[in-house]
Design a protein around this ligand. Structure first.
Ligand code: IMP
Ligand code: MG
Length: 186
């Protein structure tokens, strides 16, 4: 039996074991960098960052809080960011005085994260760093400094492990490259 995602999948880019091993390393690095920190807040950017946050958090051995924020860019096609970003759901916590680590699935143009960073900086966190599972450096349009990167990837549309293909397949345990021809066929 063919699995539902298979017709959209061109190749598995990062398999489950590779993802998990890298996330464990990132967790160790974050734990060491924030050793002794008493008010670390992991801020997950919804929805794509949710799988990553949940695995990363379990590898961070410094006590920390978690919260969520949803942001989206509008005005462009579904698979491309525009310069206009809005906050769809703000976090509940006050970030003032906290050490905030933003956890994001992927950085593409950089518009989403740069808007999120600007918004958070105005609220005076004690520190603000970024952690992205995937980075498409060749697509960058705004300069942002990313402190932790899981994997640098080529300019291909990917899905799975939090990333969606028209809102589906976020649950896959691996990151795959999408066959966009199969999608537009429908
Ligand atoms: P940016 O604002 O262009 O950096 O776009 C970042 C957002 O676009 C990410 O948080 C994702 O939600 C989405 N995105 C960018 N590239 C991909 C991809 O290859 N697959 C799925 N979502 C993507
Ligand atoms: Mg996202």
């Amino acid at each position: 039996m063919m699995k539902a995602y298979e017709k959209y999948l061109s190749e598995v880019l990062i398999d489950e074991a590779t993802l998990q091993a890298r996330i464990k390393e990132l967790g160790a690095q974050v734990s060491s960098d924030y050793n002794g920190c008493e008010d670390l807040l992991l801020l997950c950017i919804l929805k794509g960052g949710v799988m990553f946050l949940s695995d990363l958090s379990r590898h961070i051995h410094v006590p920390h809080m978690i919260d969520f924020m949803a942001a989206s860019s509008y005005g462009a096609g579904a698979r491309q960011s525009s310069g206009s970003v809005r906050i769809d759901m703000d976090l509940r916590m006050d970030v003032k005085g906290k050490h905030v680590l933003v956890v994001e699935d992927i950085i593409d143009s950089g518009y989403t994260l740069s808007f999120v960073i600007k918004t958070l900086k105005n609220r005076e966190p004690a520190s603000l760093r970024l952690c992205a599972l995937l980075n498409k450096q060749s697509r960058r349009e705004v300069d942002i400094e990313v402190d932790y990167i899981g994997f640098d990837i080529e300019n291909k549309y990917v899905f799975g492990y939090g990333l969606d293909l028209d809102e589906r397949f976020r649950n896959l345990p691996f990151v795959g490259v999408a066959r966009l021809d199969a999608l537009t066929d429908e």
